[in-house]
Design a protein around this ligand. Structure first.
Ligand SMILES: NC(=O)c1ccc[n+]([C@@H]2O[C@H](COP(=O)([O-])OP(=O)(O)OC[C@H]3O[C@@H](n4cnc5c(N)ncnc54)[C@H](O)[C@@H]3O)[C@@H](O)[C@H]2O)c1
Length: 353
């Protein structure tokens, strides 16, 4: 199969590229390396993966990438609310305009299957357990761009291509393009290097998933496209509170202790328990790697010293984004396409969603 990974040089993209290439697929990774960490894509990606350096808001580049592909997978964008709140216009361009432009290119090129990487963040805050049928409750720009992209792509690809939406739990584990800025990886790296695990808030619930499990789910859905499929990606047993994550890290890292801050983290109000029943009915063996396994893996990696300074901006997308914005390397493109799609975002009435 010829598979195009948009954002293929990222944390999840590089793991997916290795996994799919190992299985014999032809993989093209398209990425603008927006954090400019000095990443050498030939080092991050398998040698037989084709790498294309391009901006995922460029319709011509998207058309070239889509031509002849059996599947286009969009996993580019700005991840998380803090990054998106830093420059909402850029966030809308990268997380909403880009997936729409890529879907238009895929449709016009006759690509039969499109996979959108979305997030369980679309559920925001919910009392009970959320399923794919629960109405979204997006709390910020990141979640809103994901909700809107899901909806727009459903309309756009109707009758022309299969659409799979993967709503990922928070991802942890090792990747060639390591991120240490999401909750599990960050707490583990801090525990190993400082002996302390800062904990702001603790009662919010968060589903987790290992990055290799995500790559394996992607493999499975690529092999079996359906007209429209929305899947939460994770496991029912991998729903934790933030405090439980900290306790798991503390138990795994000798001498590490939890530093408790304010009970609630006002910056991140996400709080929900997620059902992964739909995924597990489809793929009973999916997402079996545990939080403890991911923690052990990151602790080993940090202890092994191959990452160097774990506080380097290279491992933190938010720091990388600030640096890119400050130096003008990354900015809103404000092309006609981006402005058209930005207007769709701003004209959406979220009060009735
Ligand atoms: N990591 C998580 O915990 C998590 C959780 C839920 C959903 N997701 C989703 O999974 C996807 C991948 O996440 P990740 O953790 O691998 O992120 P990442 O930041 O490591 O990778 C994203 C990649 O996209 C590229 N990119 C972004 N905008 C671009 C543009 N305009 N042009 C060219 N390249 C561009 C970046 O250079 C980067 O390599 C995202 O859609 C994210 O929202 C991730």
């Amino acid at each position: 199969m010829r598979i195009v990974l948009l954002g293929g040089a990222g944390y999840i993209g590089t793991v997916a590229a290795h996994h799919l290439t190992r299985l014999g697929h032809h993989v093209t990774a398209v990425d603008g390396l927006i954090y400019h960490r000095g990443d050498d894509p030939t080092r991050l990606l398998p040698h037989d993966t084709e790498f294309v350096h391009a901006d995922l808001r460029d319709p011509a580049a998207l058309r070239r990438a889509a031509t002849g592909a059996d599947a286009v997978v969009h996993l580019g964008g700005l991840v998380g609310e803090p990054a998106c709140a830093t420059d909402p216009q850029l966030a809308v361009e990268l997380n909403y305009a880009s997936p729409v432009l890529a879907a238009e290119a895929a449709r016009d090129a006759g690509v039969p299957h499109y996979v959108l990487f979305s997030s369980c963040s679309v559920y925001g805050s919910h009392e009970g357990t959320v399923t794919e049928d629960t109405g979204p409750n997006p709390l910020g720009v990141y979640a809103r761009t994901k909700v809107l992209a899901e909806r727009r792509l459903t309309d756009l690809l109707q009758d022309t291509a299969a659409l799979t939406v993967l709503r990922l739990a928070t991802v942890h584990g090792r990747s060639p393009r390591q991120r240490l800025d999401s909750v599990v990886n960050r707490m583990t790296a801090q525990a190993v290097t400082t002996g302390r695990i800062p904990l702001n808030g603790g009662s919010q619930r968060r589903p987790l998933v290992h990055v290799q499990d995500v790559a394996e789910v992607l493999e499975a859905v690529l092999a079996d496209p359906k007209t429209l499929r929305i899947l939460n990606v994770g496991a029912d047993t991998e729903n934790y509170t933030i405090a439980q994550i900290a306790e798991t890290v503390a138990a795994a890292v000798p001498g590490a202790r939890i530093d408790r801050g304010p009970e609630r983290d006002e910056a991140d109000a996400r709080d929900y328990r997620t059902s992964f029943a739909r995924l597990h009915n489809l793929l009973p063996d999916a997402c079996t790697r545990t939080l403890a396994a991911g923690v052990a893996e990151i602790a080993d990696t940090v202890t092994g010293g191959t990452l160097g300074d774990v506080n380097a901006p290279a491992y933190d997308n938010y720091q990388g984004l600030l640096a890119a914005l400050e130096t003008g390397r990354l900015e809103a493109a404000a092309t006609d396409d981006c402005l058209r799609l930005h207007a769709e975002y701003t004209n959406t009435d979220w009060s009735t969603k």
